[in-house]
Write a protein that binds this ligand. Structure first.
Ligand code: WQD
Length: 340
């Protein structure tokens, strides 16, 4: 059974990807420092698949610990690297924490992975690298704009580091996956998004408001140049996203990649406004959502949704779930959380 290392494997996208890797017959080794998650996620994974991943509580900022891990794991067949800090607002206030946690750790992971024989590397990137795209939908050849936050800059720098390594080492194979907006939860409601503290992202704030944990959702502006005045995003079900990671990994393991560094957008291709997401929640939960429109949020782009052609044609992957499917799964997960 081929062994895959998943850093940040107890995180939101990481945990759903671990489930899909196990479902595809891989042995999974999770590295997570539990800075933004809890061990309960491991229980959730096991309760879904019946398979227990190996787990190492290692902080990837510790170069020696990373090297020690790889010294005892020379049989790794691939790496999926999720581990990173990801709060845009926080990154503006704590840039050095973001550069240390998102860049140093990537370099240590690459230094060790590239020493393994033929272990492919999948990098968790983000549509945030495009900034405010001049044309929609956004394709992989859309210009990379100056980052709007240190978080976004760490994703741009991360891609450049990997690209440079692949130029220097033709035997190293990597894919960067640029996610649009991941939302939702596994259909079992045993794993899902677990924002610690006040949610920064729209959907967990909506479900927490629906569950009475938050008083009211603030809609950050309704005077944008869009149909209903609110920002547009491409909300993709996290399980669709997780499945794409397994496909990308297999592409590299099977040597099907045309170049040793490739980039793919992962989205649905469908843009939805904030108000449309709220209406979706009200449909699937059959209850009104308490919200009010407030000032715009600094740094928000007006609209972003994916051109899904490349992933469809090359990875033979498309997102299957609708916005309502994703919102219902998020709501079921929130209700399960409330019970625990
Ligand atoms: C979506 C829309 C907000 C909260 C960020 C990162 C991206 C990725 C996903 C990590 C925007 C509006 C939000 C709220 C609101 N993160 N909103 N009230 O900003 O598109 O993307 O998270 O990979 O890299 O940039 O997602 O969910 O924060 O916002 O009105 O309480 O919802 O203004 O229009 P975003 P988001």
């Amino acid at each position: 059974m081929k062994k895959i290392v998943v850093t940040g494997g107890l995180g939101f996208i990481g945990s759903h990807t671990v489930v899909e890797l196990q479902n595809s017959g891989f042995k999974v080794v999770i590295i997570d420092n539990l800075s933004n998650t809890t061990m309960s996620v491991l229980d959730g994974i096991v309760s879904i698949t019946g398979k227990t991943p190996d787990f190492y509580n290692i902080d990837l900022k510790d170069k020696q610990d990373v090297e020690a891990f790889f010294k005892t794991h020379s049989d790794i067949a691939g790496v999926i690297h999720f581990a990173a800090s990801k709060a845009v607002g926080e990154s503006v206030n704590e840039p050095l924490m973001y550069y240390e946690n998102n860049i140093n750790t990537l370099v240590y992971m690459l230094q060790n992975t590239s020493q393994l024989k033929q272990a492919p590397f999948i990098f968790s990137s983000s549509c945030t690298v495009y900034g405010e795209a001049q044309e929609l939908p956004i394709s992989e050849t859309s210009p990379i704009q100056p980052a709007l936050s240190p978080y976004g800059n760490t994703k741009q720098i991360g891609e450049e580091i990997i690209s440079d390594l692949c130029k220097a080492d033709a035997s190293f194979n990597a894919i960067a996956l640029r996610y649009f907006n991941p939302i939702g939860a596994h259909e079992s409601a045993k794993i899902g998004e677990l924002p610690l503290g006040v949610p920064q992202n729209l959907v967990p704030f909506i479900t927490q408001t629906g569950a009475g944990i938050r008083e009211q959702l603030s809609v950050f502006g309704d005077t944008y140049n869009t149909e209903d005045g609110t920002c547009i995003r491409d909300y993709i079900h996290v399980v669709d996203l997780a499945k794409a990671h397994v496909i990308a990994l297999k592409r590299l393991m099977d040597g099907e990649n045309s170049r040793n560094y490739e980039v793919f957008n992962l989205g649905t291709g469908q843009g939805s406004s904030v108000l449309e997401v709220i209406k979706s929640f009200e449909r699937v939960s059959n209850q009104p959502l308490n919200y009010k429109v407030v000032d715009k949020r600094e740094g928000d782009v007006v609209a972003a949704y994916a051109d899904t052609t490349k992933a469809k044609e090359v990875l033979k992957w498309t997102a299957k779930s609708t916005l309502d499917d994703a919102m219902l799964s998020a709501w079921k997960w929130q209700q399960r959380l409330k019970k625990d």
